[in-house]
Design a protein around this ligand. Structure first.
Ligand code: TXA
Ligand code: MG
Length: 345
């Protein structure tokens, strides 16, 4: 199959709507990461998503809608709190998991009784959904286990020849996947951190719980609240090592580990927001703010692989604001390989 790349304009809109209406898959831009979209109400089209990504069948998909009304149509019911959250954060990087309306195909929900829904903050994509007249089921448009794509070129790197069409809407403005929450009565449970932060959620209600799977590996005893969080994720080919502990001692410990790796013939690189603190050591600059780091993160992980690095050494980002999403993604990329550095190390 030849994969066509079209710009996010009127012609692209018509081509994407026609392909999706015929049951085909299309790579689409959103403000978070690129999605691999299909008609979310067509079980065969949804099955094709799982096949194209090699995605495990037990990992449910997010349904993308054009507005709150479209979201309400997919939920069996929505409480006052659910409505307040949709009004506050849609369109935006925010996914709400609630009991599903009966017409949401089981395959898209991976057999769960709930459905995940979000309204992306990308005007071309919302126009596409409105034009289609059905919600778009769309996971991130990477092969399962690879970093999510934040440019159309990164979608092509994984999906060329597997899908007929990718729409180029430029680089994603947020850069990490949406925040996923569910509700337990009047309590918000944060399942996956993203551009909508715990602080944003606390402005709606102070009853916000961060699921234990956000910054720790799933222990396998209880069923995971969000199946996607148990799969190995966001993994570059390079081995990622994270450092936490005494801030003042981190740079010298990372430098020492880098030098030891380099001397043993490995090809390490440091990933950090330090503009010029690494001397002659190879360095990937993550930007000065957590927002910039989020925009760059997945591109940098892909770049590290393209450049053939064997190890990525990085300070663990703080667990607040958008930085919590960085910590969550990097901990998974590192398979929870975390070095704790003491003051006198
Ligand atoms: O920003 C995003 O959310 C991107 C763009 C394309 O919208 N999409 C995305 O999809 O990240 P995906 O499939 O890579 O991640 C969906 C996450 C997974 O962790 C999945 O387990 C969780 O949402 N999820 C989906 N349905 C769920 C449900 N019913 N209950 C709990 N978690 C669910
Ligand atoms: Mg994904």
């Amino acid at each position: 199959m030849k994969t066509q790349l079209l710009p996010a304009n009127e012609a692209g809109l018509s081509a994407a709507a026609a392909a999706l209406s015929s049951g085909a898959l299309v790579g689409i831009p959103t403000e978070t990461v690129y999605g691999l979209a299909a008609n979310g109400l067509n079980p065969q089209a949804v099955a094709a998503i799982f096949a194209a990504k090699n995605r495990p069948a037990d990992n449910p998909l997010i349904q993308h809608v054009a507005d709150i009304e479209g979201g309400l149509a997919l939920f069996a019911h929505a409480s006052a709190l659910a409505r307040r959250l949709m009004e506050a954060f849609w369109p935006g990087p925010f996914t709400l998991v609630l009991p599903a309306a009966p017409h949401v195909p089981e395959i898209a929900r991976a057999g769960l009784s709930t459905v995940a829904v979000r309204c992306p903050d990308h005007s071309w994509t919302r126009r596409l959904i409105a034009r289609c007249g059905f919600p778009l089921a769309a996971p991130s448009a990477n092969l399962s286990g690879r970093p999510s794509p934040t440019t159309a070129q990164a979608v092509l790197a994984d999906m060329d020849g597997r899908i007929p069409l990718v729409i180029d809407g430029g680089p994603c403005s947020v850069g990490v996947e949406s925040t996923v929450v569910t509700l337990r009565g009047d309590q918000i449970i944060l399942l996956r951190p993203g551009g909508i932060t715990p602080e944003h959620l606390c402005a709606i209600t102070d009853d916000v719980i961060i699921d234990s799977g956000v910054c720790a590996p799933h222990d396998g005893a209880a069923p995971a609240a969000s199946p996607g969080m148990t799969h190995r994720h966001y993994a570059p080919l390079a081995q990622v090592v994270l450092y936490t502990g005494a801030d003042s001692a981190l740079p010298s410990r990372i430098g020492a580990d880098y030098d030891a790796l380099a001397q043993s013939g490995a090809r390490p690189v440091i990933l950090s927001g330090e503009a010029n603190g690494c001397g002659s050591r190879h360095h990937l600059y993550a930007g000065g703010t957590a927002e910039e780091y989020a925009q760059r993160l997945f591109g940098l992980l892909r770049r590290a692989d393209e450049l053939g690095y064997s190890h990525i050494l990085a300070p663990l980002p703080a667990k607040n604001g958008v930085s919590l999403a960085l910590a969550n993604r990097l901990l998974r990329a590192a398979d929870f390989n975390l070095v704790t550095v003491k003051e006198d190390d």
